[in-house]
Design a protein around this ligand. Structure first.
Ligand code: FES
Length: 481
């Protein structure tokens, strides 16, 4: 009888779990369409970094990314040329391996440009985002929304559409994905469905109705380009054209999978603490270049507005507050592989526990908080000393239960807006001020500071603005209902 009960409970534990977005989501923050009813950033653990230091880490410039992407294009073109030269000989195997590996590193470029962080010039991020989205077979509009959700609900079952290793772990699929044989067909299926205007229920869950037409048209373009290369291959009776588009993501995907598994596999589900579900691992400089420093994955999840080139520096700045970084890929795999085998064969609930450093007192970085009527005149309220705000700077200001963001652009040009992002209520004062724009630190949505206008997805609702000005050595804002 006991043996029978044990068999039954084991069967229950190994039953396929519902990871769909329309399924269960116990413990997750409630959603109202794509917005949160709660303040998610106040739920996630966050590191203690002085505001000015964080601002320095978030700074953008085109220089590093122009060199980075320029070299990538040269490597891609040179290895592609070697494929053409060696076609028909055994040397082509080596040439394809090199070309396919570089081509598949488009996935890291898709990711970074989707966050809008590598280049300061916005259109460069957009152009490279669309090119690399196509190369890595992640339709650009759908994945923009999907990835926002991933950052809000990292590895929360029923909320995160990007959980790579579901439980019980499917080991065969993980191995097949070294050649993109599990994820690839799924992705192509979604592109075809979206091109036909028939997204599946998960996609309908995270892509707002008003944005779907972009996803449909973009998917149709993907299908047309791939079909065009297919027709070309048939017309000339050679696989060569297809070896340059779409297929490289399969035959060259090994490195992407090798590095990608280190991000979250085997770690905790349903925890609002980025110290426990992404990893940081040290890898060699060539892999780091191809992977655009995404091996600093823990830091990336905590601070997604920090560009790829600043991640090693921010790792150094907060490493005392986070679990230890793995010293090598071997260091990760020797712990992760047994954990995944255990999840697959013995205990699907098992996960690797990260050992956390001693908690430190995290200061709420409100520069100023006022309910002191002596500092008020009419609806004007004193915010802070003018010297507390540099040019292109922002501070959080809490007053009478409301949160505002107060900005200084050039000279004595002060502005104030609501303090919470209209997408998912993140504090804008933790974001980056650049060229009259405030970029939200959570999903990099942008608002024009002077008008509060929503300028780029995923934000779609404008911010309310308030008058602000300098009076002597102080900054004041006018608080209105
Ligand atoms: S919370 Fe998503 S862009 Fe601000």
């Amino acid at each position: 009888m006991a043996a029978e009960r044990e068999k039954h409970s084991k069967k229950e534990r190994f039953k396929e779990r519902d990871y769909s977005l329309s399924g269960g989501s116990e413990g997750a923050i409630a959603l109202d369409e794509d917005r949160l009813e709660d303040r998610v950033e106040e739920v996630w653990w966050s590191p203690d970094i002085p505001r000015k230091n964080l601002r320095a880490f978030m700074q953008r410039s085109d220089g590093p990314a122009l060199w980075h992407f320029g070299l990538w294009i040269v490597l891609l073109a040179a290895s592609g040329y070697l494929v053409v030269l060696s076609w028909g000989t055994w040397w082509v195997v080596l040439a394809l391996l090199v070309y396919g590996t570089i081509y598949s590193s488009s996935d890291a470029r898709w990711h970074e440009c989707g966050h809008g962080t590598p280049f300061r010039t916005r259109w460069l991020n957009v152009v490279f985002y669309h090119i690399s989205s196509f190369m890595t077979l992640r339709e650009a509009y759908m994945w923009r929304w999907s990835h926002s959700r991933h950052h809000t609900h990292t590895i929360v079952v029923g909320r995160d559409p990007e959980i790579q290793v579901k439980r019980p772990a499917d080991l065969l699929s993980l191995v097949l994905d070294f050649f993109y044989l599990r994820g690839g067909p799924t992705e192509i299926g979604r592109i075809v469905r979206n091109a036909l205007g028939r997204p599946n229920s998960d996609v309908r869950d995270f892509v707002p109705d008003t944005e779907r037409y972009k996803m449909f048209w973009s998917s149709r373009i993907y299908v047309a380009i791939i079909a065009g290369f297919g027709v070309w291959s048939i017309a000339i009776g050679s696989f060569l054209p297809m070896m340059f588009v779409a297929l490289p993501r399969f035959y060259g995907g090994w490195l992407h999978q090798l590095l990608g598994l280190t991000q979250h596999a085997g770690l905790a589900e349903n925890t609002y603490d980025h110290r426990t579900n992404p990893r940081t691992v040290h890898i060699n400089p060539v892999f780091r270049y191809l992977y655009m420093n995404m091996n600093y994955h823990l830091e990336h999840h905590m601070l997604p507005a920090v560009p790829y080139h600043a991640l090693p520096r921010i790792h150094e700045a907060i490493k005392d507050q986070t679990p230890r970084a793995y010293v090598s890929l071997w260091d990760v795999y020797r712990e992760m592989v047994p954990a995944l085998i255990r999840q697959a064969t013995k205990d699907p609930d098992y996960h690797i526990e990260r050992s956390l450093p001693q908690p430190i007192q995290v200061e709420d970085q409100v520069l100023s908080e006022s309910s002191d009527t002596s500092a008020m005149s009419g609806n004007w309220v004193e915010v802070c000393d003018a010297d507390d705000l540099d040019e292109e700077d922002v501070v959080r200001f809490d007053h009478n239960g409301n949160t505002y963001a107060v900005y200084r652009l050039k000279g004595d040009d002060f502005y104030a807006t609501d303090g919470l992002c209209t997408h998912e209520n993140t504090h804008l004062a933790d974001g980056l001020v650049m060229d009259g724009i405030i970029e939200c630190p959570k999903h990099n949505g942008r608002f024009e500071i002077s008008s509060g206008k929503a300028k780029s997805l995923p934000v779609r609702v404008d911010l309310r603005t308030y008058p602000a000005e300098r009076r002597g050595d102080k900054v004041f804002m006018c608080v209105t209902d």
